[in-house]
Design a binder for this molecule. Structure first.
Ligand code: ADE
Length: 418
């Protein structure tokens, strides 16, 4: 057994089955793994990762190791670790510190343990690991060639750090690859968030009013899937262009103060704190379901919910009933943490295939060129998106057209008119 702390080593067999299932649905990453076994693009690298320990992440970890790197891993959310997957990874020699339901203190302890390897590359989902290096372990940064970041929220913060001149090494914003944000954030979040709501509540979505807090890529995905199940959708927004898109998609848009009175299910996806607060809890319908699919658990102000409740009890796994002083019941899912990972299994393997192919290629790029890069946030070249999407299509048995030589000429002919 590797250096690790996990919930239960006996779960390894179940974890292996789950990982195998994911591998059979992640053909692009598996294709990269086969190539990496020969070329060893990460040979000699030490990768510290802080990202949800799921079956899909295990496929990524196996791929990174097959490419020659040593890995040490922690989960990036207290409720997202799949304990059987963690057990399988530990059994095959990955250093891993992760278990479901750890406390905040334990969460940072796990990150600190992964840093004992003195990484040359860091990989983040939400930037907690990289912040830890910058805040507490600055001396480690000199050996780090570069880092990667998976999420919108993390990239946002790292860009701010880069602009302030505070980044100690280059970072690749994996989130900003088209084959990540335009698929994972939309279709992944859409399906997995509804999956979380359904597993936690088993309610009928058809005929319900679903309120999405935010209509960015994630909110749009949730709205589309909720509509697909027969819900009528209200989107709340702060940005006029996003609000307009929601309207043109046929959804209603209004401030949360109004939507709070109308919604049956609320799913926050903004990356911002205090989307649902006390004054909303005061007017929610009896039986309203509230949950969050943004990275941090600050979108629903749980303190203000607790302060208004005269009683609370867990009525189903990941579903807590708060009884208000006037008798109304509000159901909070997954403690306000990512409902898709805490109450379900996160995004499906097919979509993580592309996200994690970007992660892997970003690590390879940093291993090769990181030392020549500045201390700022970079994107992967857009040509890689076309390559990843091309391989994905091939594995799906889908062919597309190619431009003829005449069309290529036409495309660059600025003199052609009517
Ligand atoms: N983020 C969202 N879904 C995920 C998954 N299945 N694995 C890892 N990270 C995720």
């Amino acid at each position: 057994m590797s250096n690790s702390k996990i919930a239960d080593a006996k779960l390894a067999d179940a974890g292996r089955l789950r990982i195998e299932w994911a591998e059979s649905r992640m053909p692009v990453l598996m294709h990269l793994r086969e190539a990496g076994k020969k070329d060893l693009p990460l040979k000699g690298m030490k990768v510290a990762g802080c990202l949800h320990v799921t079956k899909e992440t295990a496929v990524l970890i196996r791929t990174i190791r097959a490419a020659g790197a040593e890995v040490s891993w922690s989960g990036c959310n207290p409720l997202s670790t799949q304990d059987d997957v963690a057990a399988a990874l530990a059994a095959e020699g990955t250093s891993i510190y992760a278990w479901h339901g750890l406390s905040t203190e334990e969460f940072y302890w796990c990150i600190d343990k992964t840093l004992e390897m003195k990484p040359t590359l860091t990989l983040d989902d939400g930037a907690d690991l990289i912040f830890r290096v910058h805040d507490r372990y600055k001396d480690l940064a000199k050996d780090v060639i570069g880092g990667t970041e998976e999420t919108t929220t993390g990239v946002h913060r790292l860009r701010a750090m880069g602009r302030a001149g505070k980044l100690l090494y280059p970072v690749i914003a994996v989130n900003d690859s088209e084959t990540k944000w335009d698929f994972d954030n939309v279709y992944g979040t859409g399906q997995s968030s509804l999956d979380g709501v359904l597993r936690a509540t088993s309610i009928l979505i058809a005929g319900k009013t679903v309120v999405t807090g935010g209509f960015g890529h994630c909110g749009r995905g949730v709205a589309e899937r909720a509509r697909g199940l027969g819900a009528s959708v209200i989107a709340t927004e702060i940005k006029p262009t996003q609000a307009l898109k929601a309207i043109l998609e046929g959804h209603r848009v209004m401030p949360m103060d109004q939507a709070a009175r109308l919604g049956d299910v609320f799913i926050t996806a903004t990356g911002m704190k205090d989307v649902l607060v006390g004054r909303h809890f005061d007017v929610l319908k009896d039986g309203a379901v509230i949950c969050n699919t943004g990275h941090y658990d600050c979108e629903i102000n749980i303190g203000e919910l607790e302060a208004r409740a005269k009683g609370r009890r867990t009525v189903r796994p990941n579903c807590e009933e708060f009884t208000m002083k006037d008798g109304r019941r509000i159901y909070l899912l997954a403690q306000g943490r990512l409902v898709n990972l805490a109450a379900a299994e996160g995004h499906p393997s097919e979509v993580m295939d592309m996200s994690f192919s970007n992660q892997y290629l970003a690590l390879c790029k940093l291993a090769k060129e990181g030392k020549t890069l500045g201390k700022k946030v970079y994107q992967l070249p857009p040509e890689l998106d076309q390559e990843i999407a091309g391989v994905k299509l091939t594995t799906m048995g889908v062919a597309i057209d190619k431009l003829t030589p005449e069309q290529v000429t036409y495309a660059s002919d600025y003199s052609a008119g009517t």
